[in-house]
Design a protein. Structure first.
Length: 353
């Protein structure tokens, strides 16, 4: 497979496939280069093209979008769309949501040859996760959490990792994290908010809880929450003692978040996005060029457009209307590049005036 080819997932391995001598814990983490800066798993937004953009600007590991295990096994169209990779898309963790250990193993076995590890989502707090009984809503069912992790740990050929949230109290948070570790998770990412704290703008992440979890676990621990700039990432690493950090929404708005030196210096730390410059227009141009190589569903592309330059679309409503109203069948990368160039010209005009 050449570096620019998209990998085709292999057929599922038999359930009793031996994990062999797969790496565990710190050996696993070091095999990936002990990455500090991670692209968090996001629904429809941490796809191959975006991962490539973030890797170019400082990210040292990436998760796939959250993948529904049952759909991945049963729906070939969904599988081809939601999971693409290439030989240089590493280190890579593939994240699944599930509540059935056998179904999860079938899904994970398909991607195992194409990634460094398989992650289980125990953090999604959205209503769709409640309806599907996965993500953070498995925090009420520790037996299922244990069984999902343990199934992969015993039968999958690559390590299993987990992304979790904290509880309201430290004691329960610690017990939960220790159970996840004991079940077989070789790396644990901890979001410092509870299941009920869905909006990052409403409450700060609890770095103190992450610090205590890190102290008591024996596997690598990643911190998630309130990582809006490289400076905040470094501050979080120092405050929590974590081995790496994840960023989600802030990375969508600024894919160069992990760049060192930064592509821009925010004048207001409380509003770190480059809304006064055209840096994100340049990043959007770069992202669109990447999608020429790695075909990306238009809904994902449009999502990134809104995230990267959405603040300007409140002012240039005609450009917003074109983006929202143009039929998908008429929208091309060339047209989006021309649209971005027009936006960039207007942004620069505003800056000069």
């Amino acid at each position: 497979m050449s570096a620019d080819e998209t990998a085709r997932p292999a057929p599922p391995a038999p359930e009793d496939a031996s994990p062999g001598t797969k790496l565990t814990s710190w050996d696993f983490f070091r095999s990936m280069g002990s990455p500090k800066f991670h692209v968090a798993p996001m629904v429809d937004q941490s796809e191959l093209a975006f991962r490539e953009l973030c890797r170019r600007h400082g990210a040292t590991c990436a998760y796939t979008p959250m993948i529904h295990a049952r759909l991945f096994v049963e729906d070939l169209k969904y599988r081809k769309e939601i999971f693409t990779t290439h030989i240089n898309d590493r280190p890579l963790l593939v994240q699944f949501c599930a509540n059935d250990p056998d179904m999860l193993l079938k899904a994970a076995s398909i991607v195992a040859p194409h990634c460094d590890g398989v992650d289980i989502n125990f953090g999604c707090p959205q209503r769709i996760a409640k309806r599907g009984r996965y993500g953070a809503f498995l925090m009420d069912d520790w037996e299922t959490v244990h069984n999902l992790i343990n199934k992969l740990d015993k039968h999958l050929s690559v390590p299993v990792t987990a992304k979790i949230r904290v509880y309201d109290d430290l004691e329960t948070s610690l017990k939960y994290a220790k159970m996840v570790e004991a079940a077989g998770a070789q790396l644990i990412a901890v979001h410092g908010r509870t299941r009920e704290q869905k909006r990052a703008a409403d409450v700060r992440a609890n770095w103190a809880f992450i610090r205590e979890i890190k102290k008591q676990l024996k596997v690598p621990v990643l911190a998630n929450g309130d990582i809006r700039t490289l400076a905040e990432a470094e501050k979080c690493l120092e405050a929590t003692g974590a081995d790496g950090v994840l960023s989600a929404e802030p990375l969508l708005e600024n894919p160069s978040l992990f760049s060192d030196p930064p592509l821009y210096s925010p004048s207001d730390p409380a509003h770190p996005l480059p809304v006064e410059g055209d840096v994100n227009c340049e990043l959007l141009h770069e992202y669109l060029e990447i999608t020429r190589t790695y075909q990306t569903p238009l809904r994902m592309v449009k999502g990134h457009v809104h995230n990267m330059v959405g603040s300007w679309l409140k002012e240039f409503t005609d450009l917003r209307d074109w983006l929202n109203k143009t039929p998908h069948s008429e929208m091309t990368v060339d047209k989006l590049q021309a649209w971005t160039k027009e936006l960039q010209g207007r942004v620069n005009l505003v800056r000069r005036n």
